[in-house]
Design a protein around this ligand. Structure first.
Ligand SMILES: N[C@@H](CCC(=O)N[C@@H](CS)C(=O)NCC(=O)O)C(=O)O
Length: 449
């Protein structure tokens, strides 16, 4: 996705680190407020501490959220004799709209061409592919800003002392992440306003600690303009990942896949273990929410999408949950055991343990018999449509060509699985993905099953 690539490029460029920071003298400026009145920074600074926030513009929901967060602390700021002012490259009319829509009691100054932002080291040009994306979404910056240049400031917040020296600076090359309200407020009160900032600290670039944007991003229009990709970590050979990727495809949920090569031990790195201490995939990261366990991820995604994969009504939902839990405890666990013995061990150069395989097969057959009876007169596990009950129960079919479980002994179960492959394209596509990945891994390791 172009805008994520662009954010990455901006972070990697190191521009944020080069922007003006604590200890630097803030440049003077003279800009117009939303009503066309001229505002001079010298005058503002002479009146006391100045809190300056650089703002991308009316079309950026993250920035609007940020402005609202600042509005919440404005009285606190003003009570301490400081002034809060926003600067944006947008036109006066758009600033009036921002002020009205966000109910702001502080001014937005128009910085046409982002020249003041440039003097703070914040201005950057949008890359050509991102411009195309903006155009497709009708986000015409030259029109919004009445300036032919496709330039924006990195969102930034400065606290400038009465001597014109910057006391506090934070620059966010990733515009989708903002400081949360308490930390902003805390700093403004405890450090800058009463002069307890740490002089040795030259510059602050906030780590990617996110603001809570989930409520904002529930607005479909904004999601369309600023989609936040939900990251799903996993290896394409994994049937647990398959449960999530097929569910996401069925629900039409956009996800960003992050490959974790299980054959290279990539789920055991400190970074990955920080996401899931069990070192297992899949893992989902959606803004501040981190989840492991495919079923939990799927429930999260379904609730977000309002999908009936979780059941079309309360009664169905309870049935779906029953079968999901059953699947974890009575069904999949034994297939995993058998797969690990029969296939997983081969990668480790170990032989299968016959008594473990026998135990697994005994339990697989017992559970399969229950399923077979359940499916004798049903097309679906629950209700008259596919649900997570079906997806969870279907997962062990992912490895059948490798671990050869005795599913064919159970006619209704086998027919149900075939129906799923024939009627749910996402299920068929993900089967292919698992097969290609697993067969390639086996071939690369020289394993014949
Ligand atoms: N109960 C977990 C199972 C997760 C799981 O076993 N994942 C496997 C891949 S299918 C894994 O990541 N294995 C890595 C390893 O064992 O190192 C879920 O449903 O998400």
């Amino acid at each position: 996705m172009e805008h994520w690539r662009a954010i990455r490029a901006l972070i990697d460029s190191g521009q944020a680190e080069r922007a003006l920071s604590a200890g630097d003298t803030a440049p003077d400026f003279e800009l117009e407020d939303a009503n066309g009145n001229s505002v001079s920074s010298r005058k503002l600074v002479a009146e006391g501490t100045l809190v300056l926030t650089f703002y991308r513009g009316v079309c950026c929901p993250y920035c609007n959220y940020d402005l609202q967060a600042l509005e919440d602390v404005r009285t606190l700021i003003e009570d301490r004799g400081a002034r809060l002012v926003a600067i944006s490259p947008q036109t006066l009319a758009n600033s009036r709209e921002s002020q009205r829509d966000n109910k702001l009691g502080f001014p937005i100054l128009s910085d046409a061409g982002a020249h003041v932002a440039d003097r703070f080291g914040l201005r950057f040009e949008l890359p050509a592919d991102l411009i195309e994306v903006y155009k497709q979404f009708g986000n015409d910056l030259p029109m919004i800003n009445a300036n032919p240049q496709w330039v924006l400031p990195m969102p930034a917040r400065y606290v400038i002392g009465a001597n014109g020296v910057i006391a506090y600076a934070e620059v966010n090359p990733d515009y989708t992440h903002r400081p949360d309200r308490p930390s902003c407020c805390r700093y403004l009160i405890s450090s800058a306003m009463i002069g307890r900032h740490r002089p040795g600290r030259k510059h602050r670039v906030l780590p990617l600690a996110g603001a809570r944007l989930s409520s904002l991003l529930k607005i479909p229009k904004l999601r369309r303009f600023y989609p936040m990709p939900i990251k799903i970590y996993g290896d394409p050979g994994s049937d647990s990942l398959r449960r999530v990727t097929s569910a996401a495809a069925i629900m039409g949920t956009a996800i960003e896949r992050v490959n974790v090569d299980l054959f290279k031990g990539e789920s055991r790195t400190p970074e990955f273990l920080a996401l899931n201490p069990h070192g297992l995939t899949p893992v989902m990261v959606d803004d501040e929410t981190v989840l492991y366990e495919a079923s939990a991820i799927n429930i999260y995604l379904a609730e977000k999408a309002g999908s009936d994969l979780l059941g079309a009504n309360d009664q169905e939902r309870h049935q779906v949950l029953q079968w999901m839990f059953w699947s974890g405890e009575q069904w999949r666990v034994f297939s995993v055991l058998q797969f690990n013995e029969r296939v997983g061990n081969r990668f480790l150069g170990e032989a299968e343990n016959k008594s473990i395989v026998d135990l697994a097969l005994k339990n697989i057959r017992a559970a399969a018999a229950v399923l077979d009876a359940h499916l004798a007169d049903r097309r679906f596990i629950v209700g008259d449509h596919l649900t997570f009950a079906g997806i969870d129960i279907a997962a062990p079919f992912s490895q059948v060509t490798r671990n050869h479980p005795p599913f064919a002994e159970f006619g209704h179960l086998a027919a149900w699985q075939q129906r799923l492959l024939d009627t749910v394209p996402a299920w068929a596509a993900t089967k292919q993905e698992v097969d290609v990945r697993m067969d390639a891994a086996l071939a690369a390791a020289g394993i014949e099953l």
